[in-house]
Design a protein around this ligand. Structure first.
Ligand code: C2E
Ligand code: MG
Ligand code: MG
Length: 273
């Protein structure tokens, strides 16, 4: 990919400067409850605004950032900015949502990862119950004590854990014994071809499994009404995808917030006693 699209572009070298050059930004994609059709949370997704190449997708730079370990600084930037944004929304009076942040296996293997997360929560003032960490299923396959220890510590603090791209890993279910998982996210490859018998069998199996272990199910990549209707009928709790909304800028997200929930607090001097 690096060679194909960015032939003369030294992506490795430029990745080291994305933070100091202020070239990263976050988008947020709503997660919609299938019973109420209301937003219940959002996922933060990073993008790179390159001065010459334009917007670069995370799929094109996260794998390289993982290889070069720049993901440690980038991941921390993402976490800090997502928590700051969520705290701003909470302070505006929107209190029904949590924010999900993608975490790389490279970050999870850092000895101080749980301290980094709790440090960011303290710094931003965000309560742990509003934070969800998304871990890809492949992470769970790496039976590293460090990963398990970090996840346990974060869980004990009240942070929630989602398993991303569920169904794409292999031989993975053993981690369910160790860590209580809050959400399973059905990978979008199953949703895009949901009409096939095999994919329906997998989707229904994941929903059943998730509910048995008290996890909520999120379907990723829901694009059509047919997919939505099927998932709703199968009692999938939450959906994410272009059918409701593509990832949006922070200011565009406010349209998704439930208008009734905001309690307008008047400053004391305006109160009639
Ligand atoms: P993911 O965590 O599974 O995120 C979902 C991806 O699906 C996002 O792609 C989102 O834009 C895309 N998507 C949402 N709805 C639809 C839909 O209806 N149809 C289709 N075809 N796609 C949909 P995005 O933003 O390009 O991110 C790609 C991947 O990059 C993410 O997959 C995640 O693994 C990684 N990523 C993104 N942000 C971060 C980050 O801050 N840190 C780390 N470590 N990885 C990140
Ligand atoms: Mg994700
Ligand atoms: Mg995913």
């Amino acid at each position: 990919m690096e060679n194909k699209y960015y032939k003369h572009f030294d992506i490795r070298n430029e990745l080291s400067k994305v933070i100091e050059n202020d070239e990263l930004f976050l988008c947020y994609q709503p997660l919609i409850n299938t019973k109420t059709n209301k937003m219940v949370g959002m996922e933060a997704l990073v993008r790179w605004r390159h001065p010459e190449k334009g917007i670069i997708s995370p799929m094109d730079f996260i794998p390289i950032a993982e290889e070069t370990k720049h993901i440690i600084a980038i991941g921390e930037w993402v976490l800090r900015n997502a928590c700051m944004q969520m705290k701003t929304w909470l302070d505006m009076g929107y209190k029904k949502y949590g924010i999900s942040v993608n975490i790389s296996v490279v970050q999870l293997k850092q000895q101080n990862f749980s301290e980094v997360v709790t440090g960011i929560l303290n710094e931003t003032g965000l309560l742990p119950e509003f934070l969800v960490l998304e871990i890809t299923e492949t992470v769970c396959m790496e039976s590293s004590n460090m990963i398990t220890r970090n996840l346990m510590r974060l869980k004990n603090k009240g942070i929630k854990i989602s398993i991303d791209d569920f169904g794409t890993g292999y031989n993975t279910l053993n981690y369910l014994q160790t860590i209580e998982i809050n959400h399973l996210k059905i990978d979008k490859t199953f949703i895009s071809n949901f009409e096939t018998n095999v994919n329906q069998a997998v989707i229904e199996m994941i929903i059943k499994l998730g509910h048995r272990i008290n996890a909520k199910i999120i379907a990723e990549g829901v694009e059509t009404k047919e997919q939505y209707d099927y998932l709703k009928q199968m009692e999938c709790d939450t959906i994410q995808g272009y059918f409701f909304s593509e990832p949006l800028l922070a200011e565009e997200m406010v349209d998704f917030f439930d208008k009734d929930e905001k309690v307008i607090k008047y400053p004391k001097r305006f109160m009639i006693l």
